[in-house]
Write a protein that binds this ligand. Structure first.
Ligand code: NAD
Length: 358
């Protein structure tokens, strides 16, 4: 049920704490032009640019002489061997600032370098992953993913340039947006959420829903891309401000242990995780449904995935029924908050449904 205006929602009724992020956000279509100014504001004189070939030339041209080195080897889940390679380059070229232009992988590498060497960071996200506004770093060593958190990991400045997302391929646009949507959805039922995070989450869900429907007909629509990027920022802020539940835990296990692709896994799992939690979190589901303009939140999210031609089964991503028992064991190995009780039977059934095999 959607709360009546003036109703005290559960997050406020149970008390809350809220810490505003110190990260400076610069948003605009063409905002990349402000990159030298943003580096200068931080006192940066020597920049290591982390960017794939797709974005390196444009960022280098804008940075001019500030860019003294560039690195294009960022990889998913921030492998420490890659970080060590980039750290060597940063030391050899005596940089003081790291600029990352790219998706969550490029941003993750910038965070890893800042955590080790204390560099200032200006990050320019080109997907909707949301890592740029969280103080969280996930790293992999010998195939094992560990996560840590701390203020030194958080970028000083995030520069969102809508124009860099216009050409994000439609399949990536869909799965990355659902990745963002998941941050907002889980924040709405997190026990440590608060009214500001809840408001961010509802706004994020509305913008992501609207943006995803609009890019189906015009993938290069600046309005739709603006909605998606604003939604991704707000949703990333939710990820930073509230504990994530079953959905994120499952995706972490599926990505970390079974090497499933990050955003695609989120797109498959989210409707199932929401269905699992629907009865236990009616208010959160009502707020998601209202923001999306649908009657039922899990079905509404599934419709967004299907309508955008996204993946709906884990089998397609390489996960098999035989792997379910290990995934369930790992998902239950640690305590984490979730509205519905976490049981082996329940998670097994969820994964069977998500695998999509007969
Ligand atoms: P990614 O950065 O690996 O990018 C996916 C693909 O999209 C890459 O091939 C990349 O080159 C391409 N790409 C990026 N921007 C593009 C553009 N504008 N146009 C065309 N292609 C483009 O993947 P991702 O989904 O952005 O991020 C996933 C990573 O981020 C994972 O390692 C995940 O663990 C991490 N992550 C961390 C947090 C956190 O808070 N620590 C949050 C979310 C994601």
């Amino acid at each position: 049920m959607v709360p009546e205006p003036g109703t005290v929602t559960t997050d406020a009724a149970s008390g809350f704490t809220y810490t505003a992020s110190p990260t400076r956000i610069v948003f605009g279509n063409g905002a990349l032009a402000q990159l030298p100014h943003e580096v200068d504001r931080l006192g940066g004189r020597r920049v290591l640019l982390i960017a794939s070939d797709r974005h390196r030339a444009v960022a280098q041209a804008i940075l001019g002489g500030l860019a003294v080195a560039s690195f294009s080897g960022a990889a998913m889940h921030t492998p420490v061997e890659v970080t060590e390679q980039a750290a060597r380059l940063a030391r050899e070229t005596d940089v003081d600032t790291v600029v990352a232009v790219g998706g969550g992988s490029a941003v993750g590498l910038a965070k890893a370098l800042a955590a080790r060497e204390g560099y200032d960071q200006v990050v320019v996200p080109t997907t909707y992953a949301g890592s740029e506004v969280t103080p969280v770093l996930g790293e992999t060593r010998n195939g094992v993913k560990t996560t840590r958190s701390g203020p030194e990991i958080l970028p000083e400045t995030v520069l969102y340039d809508v124009s860099l997302t216009i050409d994000l391929p439609t399949d990536l646009t869909l799965v990355s947006s659902i990745n963002a949507l998941a941050h907002a959805v889980e924040a709405l039922y997190a026990p440590d959420s608060d009214p500001a995070t809840g408001a961010f989450a509802v706004e994020a869900v509305g913008r992501i829903g609207r943006g995803l429907r609009a890019v189906r007909t015009d993938a290069r629509s600046v309005g739709a891309r603006t909605d998606l990027l604003v939604g991704a920022w707000l949703a990333g802020t939710c990820l930073a401000g509230a504990s994530m539940g079953l959905h994120h835990k499952l995706c972490h296990v599926l990505g970390g242990t079974f090497a499933l692709p990050h955003a695609q896994t989120h797109a498959v799992v989210l409707p199932h995780a929401m269905r699992y939690n629907a009865v236990a979190a009616p208010e959160a589901m009502a707020r998601v449904a209202a923001a999306l303009g649908v009657d039922d939140a899990p079905s509404g999210v599934l419709d967004l995935v299907v309508g955008g031609g996204g993946p709906t089964d884990l089998a397609r991503l390489g996960f098999t029924i035989e792997q379910i028992p290990q995934a369930v064991e790992l998902a239950l190995a640690q305590q984490y908050p979730n509205p519905a009780a976490l049981t082996a039977e329940g998670i097994t059934a969820l994964l069977h449904a998500a695998v999509g095999e007969p």
